[in-house]
Ligand binder design. Structure first.
Ligand SMILES: Cc1cc2nc3c(=O)[nH]c(=O)nc-3n(C[C@H](O)[C@H](O)[C@H](O)COP(=O)(O)OP(=O)(O)OC[C@H]3O[C@@H](n4cnc5c(N)ncnc54)[C@H](O)[C@@H]3O)c2cc1C
Length: 462
């Protein structure tokens, strides 16, 4: 940085009011970390823009003085994405939190990036609509697009990338572009929506999103099914999918995690490997799907199945599932969260989970296995003592062995959490020469490497 922090603050305050440009220590600390075990680092300045124009002007100044910029949504990411290791300016989008337009006849909504998924769903409910992507944290839609987030409903509705019709993006030099349009399909030009979704703030700042939304289904039925082993539960999922049952959610929670759920959410679920399921349909279709599903799970030694049709009971069930990571955090005070996150072809999933369980045991670590198993995506959730170097080393080893197992079988090192700094070392193995194409894209769009520098892509300025 060739300007002092004071000079930069002065330049920013020429177009953003004083109270929205700060180097207050508490606010810097709030923007120094994510929700994971990665080491914090302070930004120099945090700005809170309210318009695209302000974001564009911040980027112009940052580009002129080659100051690093980290876009910040809720800070709920898990691989060090928002930690400003190179310091500079953090742009916090929390004040850009307006639902701008609901086009109910087009099943589209236009929002600012700081809108959270629960805020959006509250608004959409008035129209009989909902937004499908639901990561465990109440993340912002800008952050969710930037990490290509997904959640429990992706098996039916798809991931964040499937929902984005258009993004307004401020590039590194302050130029404002749109990456798509409102049409359901297009063969016009490169797929910029696809490029910017999942770019983790390294290619531009998302300042507006146009997203697909869905009608709230006529009938919804949730269920909890327990099995003698994780293997039986996963095999049941594969059979359900192969049978073509249009399942809306299917989540695996192992015994250790069910214990945490019961303690945190005051539930009394059986401590067995469990599938949390949900079906969306009309009444007749749903009845048929559920009968077929019951036959299939019985073939996989399902021990019990309990249904929840009542709205409050379903909400309780999914709230318990969504709060699982927080249940671990609460259950292990003083420890830090480390979550593995791989995704494999569905036929490889049972083997991958068995491999992860045996690696967990042989490394002497305590953790739970859970995941969006309908997508072939699972996590091992570990609570790490950051003062125990040996434990950190064993946790890293576990992460590595799980990633390698997935990569060797055509999977990916991250199904949904993203790369940040934690998964950088696996990109070369996963992408080979395609990683150099990504580096070239980064260089073309951000030649001074100011946007979330050294996250995802590690590069030297030419
Ligand atoms: C308890 C818990 C459960 C979770 N469960 C899931 C899950 O089920 N599925 C899942 O996918 N993730 C999950 N996550 C991870 C996290 O919630 C997601 O990565 C989320 O998408 C991040 O959103 P955020 O608003 O917190 O973004 P942040 O963490 O603030 O930022 C994430 C990345 O996006 C960039 N970014 C943020 N806003 C913008 C913007 N406007 N323009 C450009 N770049 C931007 C940042 O620079 C950063 O690289 C979970 C996290 C926790 C703590």
């Amino acid at each position: 940085m060739n300007r002092t922090v004071e000079e930069l603050m002065e330049a920013l305050r020429e177009f953003i009011p004083e109270d929205r440009v700060t180097n207050n220590q508490t606010i810097l600390e709030q923007h120094s970390k994510d929700e994971s075990y990665h080491t914090p680092s302070l930004p120099d300045i945090v700005v809170f823009p309210t318009t695209t124009e302000e974001v564009s002007k911040v980027m112009k100044i940052a580009n002129q003085y080659k100051v690093p910029v980290v876009p910040f949504g809720r800070g709920s990411s898990l691989e060090g994405h928002v930690i400003p290791y190179d310091h500079g300016i953090t742009i916090d989008f929390s004040l850009m939190d307006k639902v701008l337009e609901v086009r109910e006849n087009d099943f589209l909504v236009k929002v600012q990036p700081g809108v959270t998924r629960s805020q959006l769903n509250k608004e959409l409910k008035k129209y009989g609509l909902f937004f499908s992507v639901d990561p465990g944290a109440d993340a912002t839609l800008g952050g969710m697009a930037a990490t290509n987030a997904s959640g429990t409903t992706s098996v039916k509705y798809g991931v964040m990338r499937d929902q984005v019709r258009d993004l307004e993006v401020v590039l590194a030099d302050g130029t404002v572009i749109h990456t798509g349009n409102l049409a359901a399909k297009s063969s016009s030009g490169y797929h910029l929506n696809g490029l910017f979704v999942g770019s983790e703030g390294t290619l531009g700042c998302i300042t507006e999103l146009t997203l697909r939304v869905y009608g709230i289904p006529e009938y919804i039925l949730a269920a909890r099914a327990t099995f003698p082993s994780i293997h039986d539960a996963v095999k049941a999922v594969v059979s359900i999918l192969q049978a073509g049952i249009p399942i809306a959610r299917v989540e695996l929670v192992d015994e250790h995690s069910i214990k945490q759920v019961n303690m945190y959410s005051e539930t009394n679920y059986k401590i067995r490997p469990t599938l949390f399921l949900e079906f969306h349909s009309n009444e007749a279709g749903l009845k048929q799907d559920v009968e077929f599903m019951k036959e299939i799970v019985a073939e996989h030694d399902c021990e019990s199945i309990e249904f929840e049709s009542d709205h409050a009971a379903r909400n309780r069930l999914w709230k318990a599932r969504h709060n699982l990571a927080y249940a671990y955090v609460h259950g292990y005070p003083g420890k830090k969260l480390m979550v593995t996150d791989v995704c494999l072809p569905i036929s490889e999933l049972a083997g991958a989970i068995e491999h992860a369980r045996s690696a967990l045991n042989s490394l002497g670590l305590t953790g739970g296995i859970l995941g969006h198993v309908g997508d072939g995506n699972f996590h091992v959730l570990l609570m790490i003592n950051m003062n125990d170097l040996d434990e950190i080393k064993r946790a890293d080893q576990l992460n590595e062995t799980i990633v390698m197992y997935a990569l060797e079988r055509g999977g990916t090192c991250t199904g949904e959490h993203g790369v940040g700094v934690g998964k950088q070392k696996y990109l070369e193995k996963e992408h080979g020469k395609a990683l150099h194409v990504m580096e070239k894209i980064k260089q073309a769009l951000d030649p001074h490497m100011i946007l979330n520098p050294n996250k995802m892509i590690k590069m030297k300025e030419k």
